[in-house]
Design a binder for this molecule. Structure first.
Ligand code: ARG
Length: 294
């Protein structure tokens, strides 16, 4: 026990030394795709957060979403918009619209029929912008389940994306793809339980909720990211890990207070945004954000 404590303390000292010698963390410019929640509501239940019997307020969703948009603009991101489509209330969750890297868009193929038409809608947006669109053979929900850290793509499965889509990804992008299996239905997409803090990679470059993964996946995460931020249940309960980072600024749920403190201790700047209305659909900051690497 004593030994373990010493190791943990040493790591903390290391972070401080790291920050001191490296100075401030640097932000890398980001381009993201978002979709205004004009038709947001909860009228079906495809994750445990959604309760169609509870009222939703589209006006509040729009106002809260706007603060996220404004935050990105203030941080200097280029924000692209896709037109929302009536009858697709979850289209605000742009992260699920596909995965874009190297100018190639791997199109989404949704698990639930309710979201099915979003796949082609996002795919034609990508094609219109000159991206090469690769139709998916396997069910996959885009960046909701695929997150790039360094040159590796971490890919979630268990609830939405089929493991077969991970092999497709590896083939299309010629990169290592690491499968992570999710086991808690409340954390049904990888981006609800795993956040990339620094996409350059490294032992401390991510945050995650250990209990959202099966034993084998947790072992992989411990080995790859020995100095990761481990989320608390309270932060996870407000989808705190559903965050977006540029390597310096991390935009997170404003109620994820411990996470904000942990980030600040490691030299990041946390920007809290309240998306409580979208949380009724099981979405948060990252869900509203699809990174365009084109
Ligand atoms: N209601 C949506 C669904 O269940 C929420 C999607 C959240 N998106 C995400 N990237 N985690 O599909």
């Amino acid at each position: 026990m004593m030994c373990l404590m010493t190791v943990v303390e040493d790591r903390e000292t290391l972070f401080q030394a790291d920050i001191a010698t490296l100075g401030e963390r640097t932000a890398s410019p980001k381009t993201v795709l978002m979709c205004r929640p004009e038709h947001f509501t909860v009228r079906y239940r495809i994750n445990p957060w959604m309760e169609p019997a509870n009222p939703t307020d589209t006006g509040v969703a729009l106002r809260q979403w706007q603060t996220l948009y404004d935050t990105y603009e203030r941080l200097g991101y280029r924000v692209e918009l896709i037109a929302p489509i009536a009858g697709l209330p979850d289209m605000v969750d742009a992260a699920n619209g596909g995965f874009v890297l190297d100018g190639i868009a791997y199109a989404a193929r949704f698990h639930y029929a309710e979201r099915g038409p979003e796949g082609p809608a996002y795919a034609s947006w990508f094609a219109d912008r000159g991206l090469r669109v690769v139709e998916a053979v396997s069910v996959n929900e885009g960046e909701g389940d695929f997150l790039k850290v360094g040159e590796t793509i971490f890919a979630g499965t268990g609830f939405r994306s089929d493991a077969a889509s991970h092999a497709e990804l590896a083939r299309i992008y010629d990169r290592e793809v690491v499968t992570l299996r999710l086991v808690d239905p409340s954390f049904y997409h990888l981006d609800t339980a795993f956040a990339v803090l620094d996409d350059a990679g490294g032992p401390a470059s991510v945050a995650y909720l250990p209990r959202a993964f099966d034993d084998a996946s947790r072992a992989v995460l411990e080995r790859r990211f020995p100095d990761a931020v481990l989320a608390t249940d309270a932060d996870a309960a407000v989808l705190g890990l559903n965050a977006f980072s540029d390597g310096r600024n991390v935009v997170i749920a404003s109620r994820a207070r411990t996470f904000a403190r942990d980030l600040e201790a490691r030299g990041y700047v946390a920007h809290g945004v309240d998306l409580s209305e979208l949380l009724l659909g099981g979405g948060g900051v990252k869900c509203c954000t699809l990174e365009l690497r084109w």
